[in-house]
Design a protein around this ligand. Structure first.
Ligand SMILES: Cc1ncc(COP(=O)(O)O)c(C=O)c1O
Length: 377
């Protein structure tokens, strides 16, 4: 097997005109936030039903700004899922607030909205749901719950750009929506993200939180004030131009991912005892194709064997309340049995738009033998 035979679990698709556009920005003399960022924001806004969108250097930064905009501060609580990239809860801690985890729905692997009311206290300020693997959380139930309890919603839609809820594109409705353009995401700027906002006033405050709280005013050259302790989250034009090269392909990328998911479902050997994700070709953007291994399988051994067969496999994610940081805050094993089981057994099989049908077949052919050799002693 040569290095080029190795099938990674994901791979960005960057077209030649995008590479040329990056070179043109680099030659232009204006490489940080400028006209390309504004153009990228305008195109994102058009995709999000005209809502204001501000580009950020990461979705982690977008979440930090969203929490600030929602007024989340020391002593507050934010309800979220234990099954996400740790950024989702780290940002809550960095705001001085407490992440309050509730278990997942074992079918969708997303936050179980039934369990949210019991977790609400007088200190709860917001719900922070995650569309894991690009499968949207039920937006109707989510917003009914938020309205009933007067809570803000910060959608961690890092993985669900291109997905929709009941035909409405994620980002085109709801409260604050944070999207990632990290290299592994369905649309990338290498590193980057954006925040979708409710109105122009909120977008203006977002700009202040994004870049040091600096306000420039008046028509003089030296009219400058600082009104809040903002961060440093602006996207560069170099990155924005990559995003501009990606957006025209969003629909085709999503369609291809759905077709690959269909093939996985059609070919997967159900006798192996793996749990497949919900079979959704209408709403999910298939950011990842995740299966749960049988409890009898040693996941590390399975991944080792898949890699030996030339196939990359990811783990997204261990249940985060079991990380030392969160155990120190009092979270314990056994509190979220569904998230813990999923976190122990989940694997992400290769899924990216330039994958060929025969690549899926190669993965399917490798899974059985890899599992057979991975039984726990
Ligand atoms: C669910 C989730 N939330 C937040 C993030 C953070 O995104 P970024 O890497 O753009 O900061 C990610 C990125 O992997 C993610 O998957």
């Amino acid at each position: 097997m040569t290095a080029s035979d190795f099938l990674p679990f994901t791979r960005p698709t960057i077209h030649e005109p995008t590479i040329e556009a990056v070179a043109a920005v680099l030659r232009s003399g204006w490489i940080t936030s400028g006209p390309k960022v504004r153009e990228f924001e305008a195109q994102l806004s058009a995709l999000c039903g005209g809502r204001p969108v501000r580009a950020m250097s990461s979705a982690t930064g977008a979440l930090e700004v969203a929490l600030a905009l929602a007024g989340v501060a020391a002593g507050d609580e934010v309800i979220t899922t234990p099954l996400s990239w740790v950024a989702t809860a780290n940002v809550v801690l960095r705001a001085g607030a407490r992440p309050v985890f509730v278990d997942c729905d074992p079918r969708t692997r997303n936050i179980d909205l039934e369990l949210v009311p019991a977790a609400i206290t007088p200190r709860t300020r917001a719900i922070l749901p995650v569309d894991l693997a690009g499968l949207p959380v039920d937006r109707d139930r989510l917003y009914a719950l938020a309205a009933a309890h007067r809570l803000r919603v910060i959608e961690d839609a890092a993985q669900s750009f291109g997905a929709n809820w009941a035909g409405r594109m994620i980002g085109s409705c709801g409260d604050l929506v944070s999207i990632s353009f990290h290299a592994n995401k369905n649309i990338t700027t290498a590193e980057g993200g954006c925040l979708v906002l409710n109105d122009a006033a909120e977008a203006r405050r977002c700009e202040l939180w994004r870049l040091q709280g600096v306000e420039r005013h008046g028509d003089s050259w030296d009219g400058m004030d600082v009104t809040l302790a903002g961060g440093k989250h602006n996207l560069t034009d170099v990155a924005a131009v990559i995003g501009l090269g990606q957006l025209p392909h969003l629909a085709a990328f999503t369609a291809r991912r759905r077709a690959l998911a269909r093939r996985y479902f059609a070919r997967f050997d159900r006798s192996l005892g793996c749990e497949l994700p919900p079979e959704d070709y209408a709403q999910c953007n298939w950011h990842m194709f995740q299966v749960l291994l049988p409890e009898t399988a040693d996941r590390n051994l399975f991944i080792t064997r898949m890699r030996a067969a030339g196939i990359g496999v990811g783990v997204h994610y261990p249940a985060m309340h079991l990380f030392s940081l969160f155990r120190e805050l009092g979270w314990r094993p056994g509190q979220f049995p569904h998230a813990e089981r999923i976190g122990r057994s989940t694997v992400s099989l290769p899924m990216f738009p330039t994958m060929q049908d025969r690549d899926v077949d190669r993965v399917i052919a490798a899974v059985g033998p890899a599992l057979a050799g991975s039984a726990r002693p």
